[in-house]
Design a protein around this ligand. Structure first.
Ligand code: SF4
Length: 391
């Protein structure tokens, strides 16, 4: 079988699900790397690795979805909830932009008290008041929540957000696109078809999105291949995915920790990067992460098919809630890429190249991702809503 697969990869033929599953179960790590690198350089011939100067703040931690892999969410009655006003978030974006942040990946819990206007206002004001920042806002779960709250269909919600200025959305909320796993880890989050439908409607409207996968919990190899197969099929329809981003489950402080107390291994991550590069022949980019798996494994993943190193992540709270914190700086990100043997290149959210950095060169932004202690005073909606109404 390995020879059949090698021949197919050499002649740019797509692997079947059966071949992908065989490779994941039986392929050696070095075979995976070799095959993945063949495709990586066919799609991205330069020895260049991209990164983005970004931040991942959150506007609310109130959520009614109760995913058992999540350490981030709180219920409304908990004593450590927060919901920031649009004003507060805009001030935060302005401060981040001054420090050199160019993309904000904004997500929050699915908070049923927030009206659709809250989300559209956030986009509209970001575009108008902080034009240096690209808004990469709202996962599929939040978009489904907006649909519930407003009574509008998903395409209508996406259209309203697009009119406000949104043109890309992050790929979070997929976890594993296999309903038998989803029912166990996120039974209230909707089905795989729901996630795919939001993405399909977004792509139809011209949005660019990423696709993600969280592995290392209750899934089997078959579920991984199912996940890759359904996003590959969707990509054939509209080519709206810019990149695929796998990461491993972080058990700390989650209900699922009692069943899965440990992290997935580094070799499993390298398998995930390589199999996704090999199987997803229609995805332009595969993202490796210094953040989610550690800097050394992140560097090695660049030789397993990945051509992107993700973001500098000035702020991050979701993994931090699971006691998983890695930090870096713009300079260190550039150095990590360079010392792994690649030319670092800053990119936009949509993967356009901003600048390449030769030996000794660095971006001007001196961002550190040391977790910012900028916790704003959390507001309940009684405080937030008058601001919304006035907006
Ligand atoms: S993963 Fe998202 S939707 Fe699920 S509980 Fe956490 S915040 Fe809510």
């Amino acid at each position: 079988m390995i020879e059949v697969i090698k021949n197919k990869v050499a002649s740019s033929q797509r692997l079947t699900r059966e071949e992908g599953l065989w490779l994941l179960k039986n392929g050696s790590l070095l075979d995976l790397a070799e095959l993945a690198e063949t495709i990586r350089y066919r799609l991205n011939p330069q020895r260049r690795v991209t990164f983005v100067i970004d931040s991942n703040p959150n506007y609310t931690n109130i959520c009614n979805i109760d995913c058992i892999f999540c350490a981030f969410y709180r219920h409304e009655e908990d004593n450590d909830t927060y919901t920031y006003t649009v004003d507060q978030m805009i001030e935060r974006f302005k401060a981040a932009a001054k420090r050199g942040v160019r993309t904000v990946l904004l997500q929050g819990g699915v908070n049923p008290a927030l009206p659709l206007e809250y989300y559209t206002e956030m986009v509209r004001r970001t575009r108008a008041e902080v034009p240096q920042i690209h808004p990469h806002f709202y996962s599929t779960s939040e978009i489904l929540g907006m649909s519930d709250v407003s009574g509008l269909s998903v395409p209508e919600v996406l259209s309203v957000l697009k009119e406000a200025g949104l043109n890309s959305i992050p790929g979070g909320g997929a976890e594993i696109l296999s309903d038998k796993v989803k029912r166990k880890i996120s039974s209230k989050k909707g089905t795989s078809a729901d996630w795919l439908n939001v993405m399909r409607e977004a792509h139809k409207l011209g949005y660019k999105t990423t696709a993600t996968m969280m592995y290392g919990h209750l899934e089997k190899d078959e579920d991984i291949i199912e996940h890759l197969a359904v996003i590959r099929d969707l990509q054939d329809e509209y080519h709206g995915f810019t990149a695929f981003i796998p990461w491993s489950f972080k058990p700390g402080n989650t209900p699922l920790e009692k069943i899965i107390p440990t992290y997935a291994t580094g070799t499993r991550y390298l398998q995930m990067i390589a199999i996704s590069r090999i199987f997803l022949d229609n995805f332009p980019h595969i993202q490796a992460s210094w953040f989610s798996e550690g800097k050394k494994i992140g560097q090695i993943a660049l030789s397993f098919g990945a051509d992107d190193f993700g973001g500098v992540l000035e702020e991050e709270n979701v993994h931090a809630s699971a006691n998983f914190v890695h930090t870096t700086s713009v300079k260190e990100t550039v150095d990590l890429i360079r010392s792994a043997g690649y030319t670092p290149a800053e990119r936009t959210t949509l993967y356009d190249i901003v600048a390449e950095y030769g030996p000794g060169e660095y971006p001007a932004a001196a961002i550190n991702s040391a977790r910012l202690d900028v916790k704003l005073e959390g507001t309940d909606l009684l405080t937030a809503l008058p601001v919304l109404e006035a907006a």
